[in-house]
Ligand binder design. Structure first.
Ligand code: IMP
Length: 499
């Protein structure tokens, strides 16, 4: 006979947090959102942590190299989408890893034979007031000098004056050697009152430029997520079909963490994939998605470093309608978190879980964490920002961004949905849509994070772990949900709608 769950499955909007005592030292500026990304033994530190509990969805319309850099800069991780050829995904990983915080590859370059006219045209075109002069005019050529607006006087100098005659020559430049740290570069910038410091390798070739203003911006991102080489931490999605070739290429490109991207992860294909990756590569691998203790345990026993939770809750998802499988996101997280706790007590190994999909309001993130998620994955949330890879359009009077599901005909990510090995998407599990354009990632994240920290203080928690341990969560009735929004008043235009 079929098994029936006695409780209905529930979603985040059916729950609220109750305040705990807030001590005078429990203030938002003291809250840490640091959270583990991969499993670790009791008493040890995880090999990879996030500085904010956010990851961006493994989707064409969300996570490319640009999003990966922007989110790592803020302290989270992107999993670059896998529904593309292996080489182009590896290339995106390589680009994101190659982006060194504070070190930029020179974008305005000249040769000594160029003229003042060329300098002015370049400046007009790029807006950069500093140009590197290399022997071949490439960003990595032998450095011969630097041109800034202090080197010429447009009113006096002839337009055809060669750059070689007025640039600051290499012999007079202060420069750093390749391999120098960002703070050492900054020391040189301050000591010599520079705006820009070239970084040069042993053969005299230009490697990077470090700008004073970028260093200041770097200091404003104290949570950025870097590896030991000061490159951003980058993730990527894989599937259970071409993983042997794909993982090899991604690891070669420098990826830090993989996740098997599937709508149903409780499968033997996932176990085989995890076992293969663990046996052949030194890289972290998450698996999923699951919605119950059995699925969690299966993937953890197979060796998963973290487990992703959620079926059917995504904003663009029609899996539940099409196939009748899934579970309310809150119920799924609560049960998997219990299974994780039990596993921890039995083995002393803590396996992080990620709540994937269905975050609508910012407070849903805090609820997911309180229910035991270590971090969340979001698609719709990130798709709204400048940094997402899709087009920004004007529809009616509003700006929107395109956003489509991996199971839509547009993405054709059959590997994510196919469980039987047949190649093709027989029916859709996702839609093609728009989301309201919301501006830049950092400004939106700042607002979301301040709400989370403020709620954590209401709950008397300075860390995610403390929130998970001490949160008190109540179910709300349908009638009291109405009470939670503005009600029985006539709203003025432009007032908050309750988001
Ligand atoms: P959102 O944050 O609510 O937009 O949900 C994003 C999540 O939806 C992703 O991380 C995936 O787990 C899931 N997803 C992405 N594309 C599809 C689809 O086409 N159908 C069903 N689920 C999808």
């Amino acid at each position: 006979m079929a098994f029936y769950y006695s409780e209905p499955s529930r979603t985040f909007s059916e729950f609220l947090l109750l305040p705990n005592l807030t001590s005078k030292t429990c203030t938002p500026d003291r809250v840490s959102l640091k959270t583990p990304l991969c499993k670790f033994s009791r008493g040890e530190e995880p090999a990879l942590s996030l500085n904010i509990p956010f990851s961006s969805a493994v989707m064409q319309s969300v996570s490319d190299d640009n999003m990966a850099v922007a989110l790592a800069r803020a302290g989270g991780i992107s999993f670059i989408f896998g529904s593309q050829p292996i080489e182009s995904q590896a290339d995106m990983v390589r680009k994101a890893k190659g982006y060194k915080a504070g070190f930029v590859v020179s974008r305005s370059n000249l040769t000594p034979e160029h003229t003042l006219k060329d300098v002015l045209e370049l400046k007009e075109r790029t807006g950069h007031s500093t140009a590197a002069v290399t022997h071949d005019g490439t960003p990595k050529g032998r450095l011969l000098g630097i041109v800034t607006s202090r080197d010429y006087r447009v009113s006096r100098d002839a337009a055809d004056k060669p750059v070689g005659e007025f640039m600051t020559p290499f012999a007079s430049l202060i420069y750093g050697q390749s391999g120098i740290s960002l703070s050492e570069a900054n020391d040189l910038i301050w000591e010599h009152k520079l705006n820009c410091l070239p970084i040069v390798d042993d053969n005299g070739h230009l490697d990077y430029l470090v700008f004073r203003k970028d260093y200041d911006a770097h200091k404003n991102n104290p949570t950025e997520l870097l590896d030991a080489n000061k490159s951003y931490i980058v993730g990527a999605g894989i599937n259970t079909k071409d993983y042997k070739e794909r993982v090899a290429a991604l690891v070669e490109a420098g990826v830090d963490a993989l996740v098997i991207d599937s709508s149903d992860g409780y499968t033997e294909w996932q176990r085989e994939t995890i076992e293969y990756v663990k046996a052949h590569f030194d890289v972290k691998i998450g698996a999923g998605n699951v919605v119950d203790r059995e699925g969690f345990r299966y993937l953890v026993d197979a060796g998963a470093d973290f487990v992703k939770v959620g079926i059917g809750g995504g904003s663009i998802c029609i899996t539940r309608e099409q196939k009748g499988i899934g579970r309310g996101q809150a119920s799924a997280v609560i049960e998997v978190a219990e299974a994780r706790q039990q596993y921890f007590e039995e083995t002393g190994i803590y396996v992080p879980i990620c709540s994937d999909g269905g975050i609508v309001h910012d407070y849903h993130i805090t609820l997911a964490l309180a229910m035991g998620a270590d971090f969340v994955m979001m698609g719709r949330y990130f798709a709204r920002f400048d940094e997402s890879p899709t087009r920004k359009l004007k529809v009616g009077n509003n700006f929107v961004k395109e956003f489509w599901g991996e199971g839509s005909n547009r993405a054709r990510n059959w590997q994510r949905y196919d469980t039987g090995g047949k190649q093709g998407l027989v029916f859709e599990e996702g839609v093609d849509s728009y989301v309201p354009y919301a501006g830049g990632l950092q400004e939106n994240l700042d607002k979301t994070i301040s709400k989370i920290k403020s709620t954590m203080c209401n709950c008397g928690s300075l860390t995610v772990e403390q929130l998970q341990r001490t949160a008190r969560i109540t179910l709300v009735s349908a009638t009291s949900i109405v009470e939670g929004g503005a009600h029985d008043v006539i709203l003025k235009e432009n007032s908050l709608s309750g988001e």
